[in-house]
Design a protein around this ligand. Structure first.
Ligand code: F6P
Length: 458
């Protein structure tokens, strides 16, 4: 035993790899999400970060010693690939993600057949590997910050194995309401909550998700343990350096050339059912139908990257998104105007540059733990852009006074709010943009980390 006083545990680590044509691992695109946010925060801190090798490329990179970063000790958990696929695809992504985001089509899913217990065993096995690895690297009395729904059992396992450790479990997704949590097989739901409740404290981005966790525990008569609320904030110095970089300037110039003097609606997300891309495009279609004066004068730039392509739901969703875009473009496009430009080729510089340029940023998630883009956009945008924000995103709690609220399920409402945002007078745009920036700057990523350490009692 020995080594680290601060250990981070997350499924996805700061580095991910793909294989080049000769089978050699090469660094892959953006990590996004919490790994992308935590990396600049922890770089150089001397902390140990325990994360999974999620692919063959990651495994080869780890074996070749490529999983390394200056000032950060990266430790890779390498579960057997079949076990990992069951834990990640079946339990974490197809079940827990859908549960916490209220995405189940309850007529058909979840199915929880005999395969479920095998999948749950796999989830338990991956959590067990994480707990053993953490137990191996953590110094006596160390603080362990455990991230997200992939690792709910780790606090309970560590409490037995290493009761000296101070553990915080932080949930980056929403937390399911008890009536939805109840659809999980009861013994799994119970094990999951009991695992989390064994942490020194459990954290959430908003009071709403904390209340849902407490309600689920109450429903199962489980003592929830101490909880706290701490919304993640952006990393301002890191974002400002990126905005000033040559790569961002070049990407911005390409966007400017593409859109000309048209107004620009931007969205930047993973292609993911919870992000609600479909209703965004349906709303833009309705907006162009009901506001003919805007035809030819606005471009919807939808950027991001595909994810979880091993899941049928995600592949089908991606196809529907493409069809929705094609429909808008065929219906309204002209020889010199393509209304929607969808690019999910994972070009982080282009996505970032779009955030500096938007007139309107659309974040219409059906349900979202926080949505960091809703905070990063206003910080780097130099165009007094308007934020249209889903009232179901965790970030809404902090940003609602300066954003335009949208009901993400209501396409007509979304179309109306887009129209309001695009037509907003310059003075009001500037006032709201300034207000957003002030709110966002008040809480930075470092404040979030400090809250987690305080919750651990460190
Ligand atoms: O929102 C919580 C989160 O863990 C984010 O980090 C990330 O966007 C996502 O969920 C996980 O994505 P992935 O399965 O690609 O790691």
């Amino acid at each position: 035993m020995g080594g680290a006083d601060l250990v981070i545990a997350s499924n996805r680590g700061p580095l991910s790899f793909s294989l080049d044509s000769s089978g050699e691992p090469v660094a892959a695109g953006s990590a996004g999400g919490l790994a992308g946010a935590l990396h600049p925060l922890l770089a150089g801190s001397g902390a140990t970060w325990v994360a999974c090798a999620m692919s063959e490329a990651d495994r080869r990179a780890a074996d070749a010693g490529l999983m390394s970063q200056p000032g950060l000790d990266l430790v890779t958990v390498q579960p057997d690939p079949d076990t990992y696929a069951m834990a990640y695809d079946v339990v974490s992504n197809s079940t827990l993600w859908f549960c916490h985001h209220h995405l189940f089509d309850l007529v058909r899913r979840p199915r929880s057949g005999r395969r479920w217990s095998e999948a749950w065993d796999a989830y338990r096995a991956v959590n067990t590997s994480f707990a053993s690895t953490v137990a191996d690297v953590a110094n006596e009395g160390a603080t362990v910050l455990i991230q997200d729904y992939h690792l709910c059992l780790v606090p309970g396992l560590l409490a037995k194995q290493r009761p000296d450790l101070k553990t915080v479990h932080f949930t980056h997704t929403p937390f399911a309401d008890p009536n939805i949590f109840r659809v999980l097989p009861t013994s799994s739901g119970r094990e999951l909550l009991t695992g989390m409740a064994a942490a020194t404290a459990c954290g959430f981005h908003t009071a709403r998700w904390e209340a849902a966790y407490l309600a689920c525990c109450k429903d199962m008569a489980i003592d929830p343990g101490p909880t706290f609320v701490s919304p993640l904030g952006p990393n301002q110095p890191h974002l400002e350096a990126r905005a000033a970089s040559e790569a961002c300037r070049a990407a911005r110039a390409r966007i400017d050339a593409l859109v000309g003097d048209r107004q620009v609606v931007v969205r930047v997300d993973r292609v993911e059912p919870s992000k609600n891309l479909l209703r965004g495009f349906w709303a833009f279609d309705e907006f162009l139908e009901t506001h003919p004066e805007w035809r030819g004068r606005v471009v919807f730039l939808a950027l991001g990257y595909t994810s979880r392509e091993s899941l049928a739901e995600y592949l089908a969703y991606g196809t529907e998104v493409e069809h929705a875009v094609t429909r808008v473009n065929e219906r309204w496009g002209t020889e010199d105007w393509r209304p929607v430009i969808l690019d999910v080729a994972d070009d982080p510089d282009r996505s970032f540059a779009a955030l500096t340029r938007y007139d309107v940023l659309l974040v219409n998630a059906v349900r979202d733990g926080l949505n960091l883009v809703a905070k990063e956009g206003p910080l780097v945008n130099d165009n007094d852009g308007v934020l249209v924000l889903s009232r179901e995103a965790g970030a809404f709690e902090e940003l609602q006074d300066a954003a335009l609220a949208v009901n993400p399920f209501d396409v007509a409402d979304t179309a109306d709010v887009l129209a309001e945002a695009l037509a907003m007078a310059a003075g009001e745009r500037a006032r709201r943009a300034g207000h957003l920036r002030d709110i966002v700057m008040k809480r930075q990523a470092g404040d979030w980390l400090a809250d987690l350490l305080a919750a651990a009692g460190s």
